[in-house]
Design a protein around this ligand. Sequence first.
Ligand SMILES: CC(C)(COP(=O)(O)OP(=O)(O)OC[C@H]1O[C@@H](n2cnc3c(N)ncnc32)[C@H](O)[C@@H]1OP(=O)(O)O)[C@@H](O)C(=O)NCCC(=O)NCCS
Length: 408
Amino acid sequence: MSILYRPITLDDVPAFRDTLAFAFGGQLESEEDRDPARFVDLVPLDRTLAAVDGDDIVGTLASYPLSLAVPGRSSIAAAGTTMVTVRPTHRRRGILTELMRRHLDDVNARGEVVAALWASESAIYPRFGFGRATDHHHATWNGRQVRIDADPSIPIRLIDADQAAFVLPPIYERFSLDRAGMFARRVVDWRHMVLRDPPDARGGASALRCAVAGSAGDPAGYAIFRHRQDWSDLGIAAGTIDVREVVGTDDARGALWRFLSSIDLFPNVQHWNLPVDDPLPRRIDDIRRITRSVLDGLWIRLVDPARALVSRSYETDGSVRFHLVDAFVPHNTGDYELTVRDGSATVSPTPVEPELTLTIGELSGLFLGNGGAMAALGAGRIDGPRDAVVRLERLMRTSIAPWCQQVF
Ligand SMILES: CC(C)(COP(=O)(O)OP(=O)(O)OC[C@H]1O[C@@H](n2cnc3c(N)ncnc32)[C@H](O)[C@@H]1OP(=O)(O)O)[C@@H](O)C(=O)NCCC(=O)NCCS
């Protein structure tokens, strides 16, 4: 039977969500999970795609409307590609490929110049032109073994979930353009994602806790975390503070890290998502005590490469000519010249021989400023003389590492 591809209706929401939950090994437990209104709050139905076989939804894809920070403290409209699944009964028949083709056409038609996603597996998306665009550290340390250099006079107070819903968003908003790769949060994102805390999603840890740094009238930062008890060591308290987010001024974040690292009964601290250039390790007196693993974060797909490249700013002037290969969206393939003057770019087709050849995935991975052109040259993923790749690297890289604070 042939597969039909279409956006879903309100009536389809439970079946769409069931297919999605099955793929990730979960199930929809609560009435809230099944509530179509909650789903539509987060994702307008015209941003969904289902693959339908007879009466069954066998493939899913959706996209959040993101306001994505790009280098230069500005933001662009982007598609937050999400909910990508194909039923195990229908895998490896090209259903994801067809969903992705239609999705990228829709993104283009809406005028969003990039798609962005978090990948469950890093092997899935390069074939569709996505490149690894942000990295982060998974960091752990024992708060009893380090001293964190931070201002002890900054007050810290705990607030409950109801207070958090109105105290945290304005703080976040002040910092949401600080790093390329962050995105603005809608009220529904706070309600349904960031502060949503059903008991079955706690993984054995406490409810979400919120701490705010600074004066009550002018809070300068916040942390969201959970307590994870551990008494397995014969009565020795070995609990962990499981940090979800730390946002704010440098001083406020320093004070919050110091606070989180000193909570009685919970000597261990872990954070799944520390920017790779976060100041925290520099505040620690014994750097080897903080263990960090590098993980990929946001993957970017330039859907309209010329418009995307002019939508960000650059820290260095210069120019480079490149031949771009886009096997999945062939009309993007061509020769381009990127010229930066006073931090702003122009991109035009060039009749002059290009200096470099690279794929859309490589260019997409460079878009937010993470760098990596030299490594790509070394790995044979960019073809051209070294001096031209150095120019590309200098043009694209930013002094502050891009980073994405939230999986979606
Ligand atoms: C990932 C998933 C959506 C792929 O769907 P699919 O319909 O089987 O994919 P396709 O048939 O269109 O595959 C297209 C190509 O990608 C490859 N591919 C697909 N999934 C892959 C994976 N997980 N790892 C490596 N390669 C993969 C296929 O082998 C195929 O390669 P080919 O063109 O060389 O033959 C599906 O396996 C799935 O639902 N996985 C579990 C949920 C998940 O991880 N979703 C992603 C969330 S970010």
